[in-house]
Ligand binder design. Structure first.
Ligand code: GLY
Ligand code: MN
Ligand code: MN
Length: 485
């Protein structure tokens, strides 16, 4: 017994007991092994209700099945990534897997097996740890180290999908015949078992399908996105309340404050928070967040809470750190606000995806000409794209489980596509005057403004899911004052 439980024996590898590498268990006596193997209560959870989105995930799997009849479909959740030695980065299940199952376990794999009239779904999971062979306390993935998992029976009840031990999957896939498609990039071990069975082109079609399928959100998803926006709004309030502490430290105080809200109310932040004070606001993806926060400057805060079901908000407010916009800050802010208003007004079913971008860009180009930064007429500026020196990025993107959702969709289904009820997108125009931009008056340099909201396309127009956060300049100032008093 002692020999078999030695962390380095081949038998142990056979049992898939992968010891933690911290050397705490050089040997285990028979007595200890026997002792640890027994004396544990039955904790099986019975009469579990299905998770809230089980009916929705079933619909999503049915649509996927109809698109790829007669083919085996393999959708992995992904594996833990080592940070150093026996510590790992925090895990986030692949969007495709979570979308189709509602599960978020590492190492899980959804397989749709073709049948005569569709597919049979099976979810392959790591089951509860074996206590008799010591796996639960000697393996790095043992529940004593990483926490209790659901039994396969529990998982079946919760997810509404038959569950099997994932350690049987490689052999099952190895023996399988017929066409296979897999979602790549999440589980190298599973991909290795499929190498001679899948092709990159066929896998890409599956990835594209799953990206496009997510464009129109169902009722569960819309409720999650609203929840994400509401938590994010509370996170922005938290930040306004501690701006004096950020002034005494750095942008990191803002990042940490927002992160606390994200972790308490949700799963995480949906992307690295951009906490950009002063000239950092002109760096589009400023996530170092190690800069000074100074009274008189603007703070561009672009952040989103990801809910426990993995839907994220993506909201930006550009706030005067001392509570009042200067005259020039307000002039630039108002231009971006007007551009955003025009953009939001262009979001409705039947509109082209590009319409809201064009509407916002038109307003910004007009202002840049009016301020003498560009020579008109405006139509010439837009035709040549000259405003882009300061507008820099597209005016928005699909939003959902990924902050840049549906990213693998075909151009005709997304950027060249038409808006439909249930789509959710950001409208986020901005103006950015770099600190070293010699083509603008000195007082403009180092000012960056973006305003970003999360807009749901409805049957008759749109609904702003992030409308609880003020946007108009006077309202922003009043809101900040109310939080500080
Ligand atoms: N935070 C990334 C974006 O706004 O698209
Ligand atoms: Mn965005
Ligand atoms: Mn953003």
């Amino acid at each position: 017994m002692t020999e078999e439980l030695n962390p380095s024996t081949p038998e142990e590898e056979e049992q898939q007991i992968k010891p933690r590498k911290n050397g705490l268990y050089p040997g285990v006596s028979d007595e200890l092994a026997d002792n640890m193997a027994s004396g544990w209560a039955d904790t099986e959870l019975r009469d579990l209700e299905p998770i809230g989105q089980a009916a929705h995930t079933a619909d999503r799997r049915a649509a996927l099945s109809a698109r790829f009849p007669g083919e085996r479909l393999v959708i992995p959740s992904g594996n833990l990534k080592t940070r150093s030695n026996d510590t790992e980065y925090s895990f986030r299940a692949s969007t495709e897997y979570a979308y189709l199952t509602g599960d978020q376990s590492e190492d899980g794999v959804l397989v749709l097996e073709p049948t005569a009239d569709g597919h049979r779904a099976t979810i392959y999971l790591l089951p509860r740890s074996n206590r008799e062979n010591g796996e639960f306390w000697l393996s790095g993935q043992g529940e004593l180290w990483v926490g209790r998992r659901h039994s396969l029976t529990e998982a079946e009840s919760l997810l509404g999908i038959p569950a099997k031990d994932v350690r049987e999957l490689a052999a099952a896939l190895g023996e399988a015949t017929g066409p296979v498609r897999a979602v790549r990039g999440h589980d190298a071990g599973i991909e290795a078992t499929l190498t001679d069975k899948v092709t990159a082109e066929r896998d890409e079609e599956l990835r594209v399908y799953l990206s496009e399928a997510r464009a129109v959100k169902d009722a569960f998803e819309i409720a999650e996105l609203q929840k994400a926006c509401d938590s994010t709004a509370r996170g922005f309030e938290d930040v306004v309340k501690v701006l004096d502490k950020a002034e005494a430290t750095s942008e990191r105080y803002i990042e940490g404050t927002f992160f606390l809200r994200a972790r308490v109310e949700g799963n995480d932040v949906g992307y690295g928070s951009i906490c950009a004070a002063g000239p950092h606001a002109t760096t589009l993806h400023w996530v170092r967040n190690d800069g000074q926060v100074r009274s008189g400057d603007l703070l561009l805060l672009d952040a989103g809470v990801e809910t426990n079901e993995l839907y994220t908000a993506d909201i930006t407010r550009t706030l005067p750190i001392n509570g009042r916009y200067s005259e020039l800050q307000r002039k630039i802010y108002d231009a971006v606000y007007d551009a955003q208003e025009a953009g939001i007004a262009a979001v409705r079913p039947g509109a082209k995806f590009r319409d809201f971008h064009d509407a916002s860009q038109h307003v910004l180009a007009e202002r840049l000409v009016e301020w003498g930064l560009l020579e008109g007429p405006v139509e010439r500026v837009l035709e040549l794209g000259l405003q882009r020196r300061w507008t820099l990025h597209g005016t928005g993107h699909m939003l959902g489980m990924d902050v840049h959702d549906c990213a693998a969709a075909r151009t005709e289904a997304y950027v060249d596509g038409t808006l439909e009820p249930g789509m959710c997108l950001t409208v986020e125009p901005g103006l950015y005057f770099q600190a070293d931009d010699l083509t603008v008056p000195e007082e403009y340099r180092g000012i960056g403004v973006r305003i970003e909201d999360d807009i749901l396309v409805t049957e008759d127009g749109n609904r702003n899911l992030s409308e609880s956060l003020p946007r108009q300049a006077d309202e922003v100032e009043a809101w900040m004052a109310s939080l500080k008093s």
